[in-house]
Design a protein around this ligand. Structure first.
Ligand code: SF4
Length: 394
């Protein structure tokens, strides 16, 4: 009989294997880049939609080139995340360089950009992690941005574990009557899935603590949920997503964003996909989730991030599906297809079973080990035959 101690041991072993694969992916990403780009030039900026209560406004999103996610550096990072390749991959980016990136980004704005209600800063990591950016530098950046732009709310991406009262109280004083919204990767309400499928372990109490700190200062949080992380069947993924939305719905978040897993270079997801051991969310799964959203009244608005927000992606959903995602995001009743309203709203009923999941992950990792793919075979754009994860699952 399997004891709790045995289970802990299996989780530890599996976690270690997943991390080793991810660390190898990051190493290969570094090897593939001959030269490092300038650290004073931002990645890009983009006008997006901000949700202010029930109305829409403009969000100016600035993508800064940062040092790179400290979690990815330490542990390989999240199994689906290819953002590491867009960063300086562990090499310091000085505070003054980041300020220069902000200066360049906020110069020569269009009227819409200049009057954007919300300003969002992303560094493909966590802006509240001092290993990526010193907190004093972040303060200087916020001061500088505040001086150059009249945004009403600042959005910062960060990890849940980096939210402390010490930092939030300083930001509160600095922002004055302007708001703050932290965008965090929550991913799944199932701690085992967070840990071994995604490699982003944190406790429910850590999340609750972070939320309490933000609420104390009247700040907001957006939580990101991943749709179809590796190693889950389609039915399990559907169950996970719906249960996670339900878990978060009474937490008084500003919004919930669903992120469709994409196949990004130098990730474990890519490795699995190339061997037919992973498929991105299918049309059927996305439609089921969209149908659930349009047919359910949640207290917290739920959106699906368009796939174009990902870095390089090797397999995209169809444009018809993207149109439906856009229609649901804007709750545009005229553009939401009748099909979505007719799909039966399914009650999630295939929960993840820990022992089966651990067995499946280890079998998939064994297959990866048996067929290591040389680096030069990457980025060819060639797509191996991919089939549904449930065809293989144990
Ligand atoms: S998802 Fe976030 S925490 Fe995870 S590796 Fe990517 S940047 Fe780091």
């Amino acid at each position: 009989m399997r004891t709790l101690k045995n289970m802990d041991f299996e989780i530890t072993l599996t976690r270690g294997r997943v991390r080793n694969f991810m660390k190898e992916c990051r190493k290969q990403a570094a090897t593939s880049k001959a030269t490092r780009p300038s650290t004073t030039t931002p990645l890009f900026k983009e006008l997006r939609i901000a949700h202010v209560g029930n109305t829409l406004a403009n969000r100016l999103a600035l993508f800064l080139r940062g040092k790179g996610c400290a979690w990815a550096e330490a542990s390989g990072g999240c199994t689906f995340c290819g953002f590491w390749s867009a960063t300086n991959m562990g090499t310091e980016v000085r505070g003054e360089d980041l300020i220069e990136q902000i200066r360049k980004s906020l110069s020569h704005l269009s009227d819409q950009e200049a009057s954007a209600w919300e300003l969002a800063l992303y560094n493909d990591g966590s802006l509240l992690d001092p290993q990526e950016i010193k907190f004093e530098s972040l303060i200087e950046i916020v001061k500088f941005a505040k001086g150059m732009h009249g945004f009403k709310r600042l959005v910062l991406e960060c990890k849940i574990s980096d939210i402390t009262e010490e930092k939030i109280s300083v930001l509160a004083e600095l922002l004055g009557d302007r708001g703050l919204l932290l965008a965090v990767g929550f991913e799944s309400s199932n701690p085992l899935v967070r840990d071994v499928c995604i490699n982003k372990p944190f406790s429910d109490s850590a999340f609750q603590r972070a939320l309490c700190i933000l609420k104390k200062y009247h700040f907001d949080m957006t939580a990101l949920i991943i749709v179809q992380p590796p190693f889950l069947t389609e039915d399990e993924s559907y169950t996970e997503v719906i249960k996670t939305i339900q878990y978060l719905d009474d937490k008084r978040l500003q919004r919930i964003d669903l992120e469709l897993t994409t196949v990004q270079p130098f990730t474990l997801v890519e490795q699995l996909w190339r061997r037919g051991l992973y498929s991105p969310p299918s049309k059927k799964l996305i439609e089921k989730v969209l149908a659930w959203i349009v047919q359910t009244e949640t207290r917290t608005p739920v959106f699906i991030s368009p796939v174009k927000y990902s870095p390089a992606v090797l397999e995209m959903p169809s444009s018809e599906l993207n149109d439906q995602i856009a229609a649901v995001n804007t709750r545009n009743a005229y553009q939401i297809s009748d099909r979505l309203m007719q799909i039966e709203k399914l009650v999630p009923q295939n929960p993840v079973q820990a022992t089966r999941l651990l067995q499946r992950i280890n079998e998939f990792l064994n297959l990866l080990e048996m067929s290591s793919l040389p680096l030069e075979k990457r980025n060819t754009g060639s797509k191996l035959k991919s089939f549904r994860t449930e065809d293989l699952c144990v």
